[in-house]
Design a protein. Sequence first.
Length: 683
Amino acid sequence: MAAQSRWVSKVLNEHEAQDDDVDDDRSTIDSPVLGKDHFVHRVEDAAILRLTDSNSEYPPVTIPSFFAKSCRKHKRKPAFVTFNTIFNTISYEEYYRRALSVAKGLIQLGLKPHEGVGFMCQLSVRMFDAIMGAILAGGVFVDLYAPGNKTWLINTMAEAKVAFVFVDSIFTRDIQLDVWDELVHMRSIIITEASATSSIQDSRTVTLQQLIKEGIKVKQDMLAHRIGTHAPNRCCAIFYRSNETLNQPNTPGVMMSHDSLTLMAVLLGEKILNGELGDFSHLHKKSYRLIPTLPITKPAAFVIELLLPLAIGGSIHIFNSNIKARCVWTWVPAVEPHILCVTNKMWIQLRNRIVEKTRGLTNLKGWLFEYAKKRMLDSHLKGKPLPKLARIVIEGVTERLGIRKVGLFLCFGAALPQMHFEYFLSLNIQVIPFKEDDFLSGPNGVCMNRNNIMADSIGTIFPQFEKKMIRLGKTGAHRLFVKGRHMCMGILQSPKLELVDDEGFLDTQSLIMSIEEEVFVVGSTRDEVVLKTGAVLSCRGVENCFKRLLPIVASCMVVGDNMAAAGLLITLKTVINPDTLQATDLLPPEVQAWCEQKLETQYSSAKFLAGSKKLHVVINVMVVSINNLIRRCGGWIEAYKILPRNFSILDMEIDPVSLELNRNLIKERYRDDILTLYPNADY
């Protein structure tokens, strides 16, 4: 053990020297080239990074070097604190040793540089060890968080050339075995579950303990050489869009370089250390404590939960996976986290918990609490001075609730109503919501927001982020293009990057409006609906699925923000008048044929078809099918309405360029129709 510790220290020292060499080699990193040359489409290719004078203070760095420097700096500080009946601490030095053991095991089993390593795991220390070990060994992290779709899984693993897959249970292992014969690159499935034993009777499966045991055979020089082959401008991770189980199976993978991910962690860490994202003055340079709750399968979670702690020397507190999500709040007072990474659903649960605990305050205390919250909110939003009494009251209440030391919430998922942001600000807690895919900086990977409190865009959080807008006709709408050093390095297996112009700007496929130089999204291909329960539904996923199940549907739009359940607005395919370009009431031949075959009735009018009881029976069956698909995210569709006419391009209900629905306009124009879906609610 002593010899191994000395070798770990030696490797840490060598990494620092290697990193300096890599940073000084700019031959393939920095040069004035066309924008498209900054992107690649093969995982083994090196991209050209955008280094300018404005960001030269952040030299490119690889994740292994970033990891090694952090472990060297914070050697004895806790990297993880786990709880399973008792608290257990793992230091940064131990974290590094465990990751090296995994890396050696993967090399022994045959992992080659640039080969994919898939992950289908929940949060655990073993998962962190596996991810870092895979990258140290030269592998590429691949997000495989879509176990419900076999076709998607096969296509993704084949495209990314996944050779090894880490799973956390026998059940997930069986999902992988089910697709094994379809994949030529697969070599082994590794189970990280602590209770997994060597008695598993399958030559294609090994446990994490067996993997580490195999790694003992690997010479230390071999691993050091493999680590030294990394470069900041090469791919280290491939991510896929969320909620794709309902979309097309051939979703392109977005490649991220070492530099892209480490740079975002460094920039975010600097803002936290400088107090720009929250008041951490009470820490006095002590360790930052983080509680993560999201599996590391998306860029936001990868940066915030895996790399950000390395940047700020924080400790990650992980609880037994059997603990329900709602019980996390019972552990917050014990941990006293400074940074809390939560989902929208857990965010709502915390707000409800605070409201419940403060409901029993006496009249005087209740009045003081409301007064203090209002003053605190005015202090944040309007810059008004905060009375001493208000600060004392807020500190006293948050102290009793066990959340006084929470300086920053990093929230995953779609943006919540403004009242949620204001509620936590009134408790002096800064909230920054990140959508799971915000860090992609690729197609559909950017979200801009009007209100600076809801600053969930890369442009607001990270500097050196450029944007340009191209006006669409005389409507005042613009198409948003972005570029920056922390962009994706390319779309896997997509050599033709039509979305990138000659200046290197990437089309976000977002329709935006600009009012007094404030940019905000009014229509986007990545819109979502957030229900009152906290469930997040992918509009495009549900809509595309419904149109595939029912081919006579022209358009379908999910509604129901902040309601108990979602609803659907449906339009039927009709003949378009070539002179006016408006939809008529006449059904096209293919729809008439479908009605004759499926409904056993002849229809030529959309109005009569919309009133058909047989059609409504079919639609109800389709809604049940979709609800079965989306129930795992906690949402469901309760009602629908067939509109009398189709959405129109001329009326700007459909974007003339992208042909996407202008959702905000439709919600306003069809407000009365939406109200019929929720007769007993204030929509």
